[in-house]
Write a protein that binds this ligand. Structure first.
Ligand code: PEP
Ligand code: MG
Length: 594
């Protein structure tokens, strides 16, 4: 473990690693705050002009967004571009547009103030909800408000366009409209104050492959515009006010990481097989279809988890069966003949919900989430299953149900799947006859009845992110209890081991697709547990493969035995760190910084 304070003088803000890599650059503090607006009385003569200014601002903003949309569509595809549709719809919304015009007329006030009043009214109720989907919509609405205000006040937002130097963007939060243009400008990394691993900005950073850290509390106040900073997306740090020793250290770290990555990539087409001949399938986790390119270039042998939630966000309607079919088909075709595990919608918890899922819940993680939501919305569920089935003729599709906690749910889900098959047969649509159907094992209940469940399905995929949260009763997104979130807790090791054993007894394959699969420190353990498949972010695949290829299964089994004899999580972590540093000094050097 390297302590940066031993290297030189530096200040750091710790955040959550969102996209790996290291970058040094000038900070560009993006103005994502709304400009301050004063109320002004206007005379009846000025009223018409004020209304015209407002409608011009709407037209110009629409043109700007359409331009951004088409640029993004050309470069990153339709799925990314669709992000703007929700924004464009706000500009058409009568509550916003007519509401503002009415206020200007009836209250005799300036357009900018009338707009902030209207938006405040619209978002007030939405803001109070804990529903992630609605809160995201509030963010979109405020982004539009900010853009309109800048135009009305004749102010120019600090633009990312025509930058002379490479910059690291720091912002409170990044809207899709910001991240959308980043790839074309000189943005080499970014950091946000808020946001989690599944936030839009984090997902975008990974698909653009630029280093990023989220959850950097206070960064936009502490860092000065133009100040040179370092983003370490691998460990999740923002480093600033550092001396030349730190800069040299990071220059060297960056060079080594690039060299190391190149070296790892030379093995991208080699199998993930241990020294004593045990083969693992390494899959990629993807959120959007375009990430397939990254999965392939990093040597994925399939898609181990296609989180389909993304197709449902940033829109006010539900994606049609055809639209979903096209998205699934593109991924399946690109990966064929390798398998693609498509997980049915896992809304709820901390994830965005689709339109209509806006009811506030006291305990969303224990509420209407995953399979529970789908089973309660048979129309939505059957539409998704039909789209997946139709995509199956283009390659190797496997279907996976999330958040299973009882056998009844598996029966019910399989029944809906059967109904989807029948509907397709009646309408003469083709689908592959034998599709593997599996479940996420991510609740302690599923582990306890794993053997019963294994008899009903073709495979298991352990969702360690949720398994840790539900087993240890620790909200995975809550900072206050983050210190208790421990994937090496003896209870977790026991549950993983139990799950593998139950699957094996029923001769079913078992994988793990939580963040743990991409954590180098965990890989040796996961090999030793006897899992068949690991699936993680494409960017982590080369490293995971190198660990598998340099390890032996017989040794990994011993590591598991030893770890499982320990009484606490920290003891297991220390043990793993010790052997890891010894066996993989090169990787340790890239990961272990505090
Ligand atoms: C998990 O829970 O480990 C998992 C892979 O699913 P998600 O992170 O999407 O809940
Ligand atoms: Mg999960």
């Amino acid at each position: 473990m390297i302590d940066l304070r031993d290297v030189g003088e530096a200040q750091i803000i710790e955040g959550i690693p969102a996209s790996p890599g290291v970058v040094v650059g000038k900070a560009f503090i993006l103005d994502t705050e709304r400009p301050h607006v004063e109320q002004e009385r206007i005379s009846p003569e000025e009223m018409q002009e004020e209304i015209e200014n407002f409608t011009t601002a709407i037209d110009e903003t629409r043109r700007e967004l359409l331009k951004l949309r088409s640029g993004l569509e050309q470069e990153l595809g339709e799925t990314h571009a669709r992000i703007f549709d929700a924004h464009l719809m706000i500009l058409e919304d009568s509550t916003v547009v007519e509401g503002t015009v009415r206020r200007i007329r009836e209250e005799g006030i300036n357009a900018a103030f009338a707009l902030t009043e209207t938006i405040g009214h619209v978002t007030k109720a939405m803001e109070r909800t804990r529903d992630e989907y609605l809160r995201e919509r509030v963010y979109d609405i405020k982004d539009i408000e900010r853009r309109l205000l800048m135009r009305l006040l004749g102010r120019k937002a600090r633009s990312l366009k025509n930058l002379e130097d490479d910059v690291i963007v720091l912002a409170q939060e990044l809207a899709p409209t910001h991240t959308a243009s980043m790839h074309r400008e000189r943005v080499v990394g970014f950091g946000t104050e808020v946001g989690g691993r599944t936030s839009h900005a984090a997902i975008m950073a990974r698909s653009l492959e630029i280093p990023a850290v989220v959850g950097l509390h206070g960064a936009t106040d502490i860092i000065r515009q133009g100040e040179t900073v370092i983003i370490d997306g691998t460990v999740g740090l923002l480093v600033y006010r550092f001396d030349s020793a730190i800069l040299d250290y990071y220059a060297e770290r960056k060079r080594k990481l690039a060299e190391f990555e190149q070296e790892l990539l030379t093995y991208k087409d080699y199998p993930a097989v241990t020294k004593d001949g045990r083969k693992f399938e390494l899959g990629a986790n993807i959120e959007i279809p375009d990430e397939v390119t990254s999965a392939l270039s990093h040597g994925a042998e399939g898609i181990g988890l296609f989180r389909t939630e993304y197709l449902f966000i940033a829109r006010d309607d539900l994606p049609s069966e055809d639209e979903q079919y096209e998205a699934y088909r593109d991924v399946v075709k690109a990966m064929a003949p390798s398998p693609v595990v498509i997980r049915t919608l896992d809304v709820g918890g901390d994830k965005f919900g689709p339109h209509g899922a806006a009811e506030r819940e006291a305990n969303p993680f224990l509420g209407w989430r995953g399979i529970r939501y789908s089973l309660s919305h048979p129309d939505l569920f059957i539409k998704q299953l039909k789209a997946i089935l139709r995509a199956s003729v283009h390659g190797n599709v496997q279907i996976m149900f999330p958040m299973i906690s009882s056998l009844q749910e598996v029966w019910d889900a399989k029944q809906v799947l059967e109904a989807a098959r029948q509907e397709l047969t009646v309408t003469g649509r083709e689908f592959a006859p034998d599709i593997d159907v599996g479940i996420m094992v991510e609740t302690p209940a599923a582990v306890a009845i794993a053997e019963i469940l294994a008899a009903e399905v073709d495979f298991f995929s352990i969702g360690s992110n949720d398994l840790v949260q539900y087993t240890l009763a620790v909200d995975r997104g809550n900072d206050r209890v983050a210190y208790l979130y421990d994937q090496y807790h003896p209870a977790i090791l026991k549950l993983i081991s139990e799950t593998v054993r139950a699957a094996k007894r029923q001769r079913k394959w078992v994988g793990l697709c939580g963040e743990m699969a991409g954590d180098p420190l965990s890989v040796l353990l996961l090999i030793g547990f006897g899992l068949n498949k690991l699936s993680t972010s494409p960017l982590m695949l080369p490293e995971v493969k190198s660990i598998v290829r340099a390890s032996s299964y017989s040794y990994a089994r011993k590591v598991v035995q030893r770890a499982m004899s320990m009484k606490t999580g920290p003891e297991v972590r220390r043990y793993l760190e010790t052997i890891f540093t010894k066996r993989f000094p090169e990787i340790s050097a890239t990961e272990m910084i505090t």
